[in-house]
Design a protein around this ligand. Structure first.
Ligand code: 6PG
Length: 229
């Protein structure tokens, strides 16, 4: 199925974070009103951290939030490089999401065991209300990297020899990341410009494999889009 993508060019990283936070809060309001619960997948890396911090100001019922992760690095639980640890510092420690509402990927167990343990968690959560993702300079997203083949039957992958350290990771599959009512991909910085251009030119990058029935909304800043205007 051809992925439909909407490109939203914003002034700078803060504008991207503000628009992403606005969309997440609106999705949360709608999900909680319609289904009594809001299921969101958080992106890893640095880009979403401003959004996570802005979400601490949200006027929302945090007890209805269920938080998942698009990927995780195989590091000790409290390692500052863990995506779950970055989200704890920026968001969870500042709002009243119940501990049982946050579902970290147990990547400290090792990639295979963690992926196996996360399958039932993802299975029970689908479809997500919102999936947020970043993109690397090579067009990777979550821990889905170019040139790799991921078993299509899996909804959670064990990843080894990752080109972005650490080598061991766990990633939701493109299919699981696409099973959402709303997909937001946040891209900022001139370093992402070439990958954005390749993506828009139709190159089969991992980030381009996300979406399908759900339109993908890409929130990018001026630096990342170059002469996209
Ligand atoms: C990770 C992320 C990864 C990230 C991109 C962009 O664990 O590193 O899941 O996919 O989103 O590499 O990272 P930045 O936002 O730091 O540029």
């Amino acid at each position: 199925m051809k992925v439909q993508t909407r490109w939203h060019i914003l002034e700078d990283p803060l504008a991207v974070a503000e628009e992403a936070a606005r969309r997440v809060c609106e999705a949360a309001r709608r999900a909680i009103s319609e289904r009594g619960v809001f299921r969101i997948v958080l992106a890893g890396g640095r880009t979403p951290q401003d959004m996570h911090m802005l979400l601490t100001r949200a006027d929302t019922d945090w007890t209805r939030w269920r938080v998942y992760f698009g990927d995780e690095r195989c590091l000790p639980v409290n390692d500052s490089e863990r995506n779950s640890e970055a989200a704890r510092v920026a968001l969870f420690d500042k709002v009243s999401i119940p501990a049982q509402g946050v579902h970290p990927i147990p990547a400290e167990l090792g990639a295979e065991a963690a992926a196996a343990a996360y399958v039932p968690v993802v299975d029970a959560a689908l479809p997500f209300d919102v999936v947020t993702l970043g993109m690397g300079e090579d067009g990777h997203t979550a821990s889905l990297f170019p040139g790799r083949v991921y078993p299509t039957a899996e909804i959670v992958h064990a990843v080894h020899d990752s080109p972005k350290p650490p080598p061991g990771r766990v990633s939701l599959s493109a299919g699981a990341l696409s099973c959402a009512r709303e997909i937001l991909i946040l891209v900022t910085g001139a370093g992402k410009r070439d990958a954005v251009a390749a993506w828009r030119a139709g190159q089969a990058l991992p980030v381009a494999s996300i979406g399908g029935e759900t339109v993908v909304d890409v929130l990018l800043d001026q630096d990342a889009c170059g002469d996209l205007n």
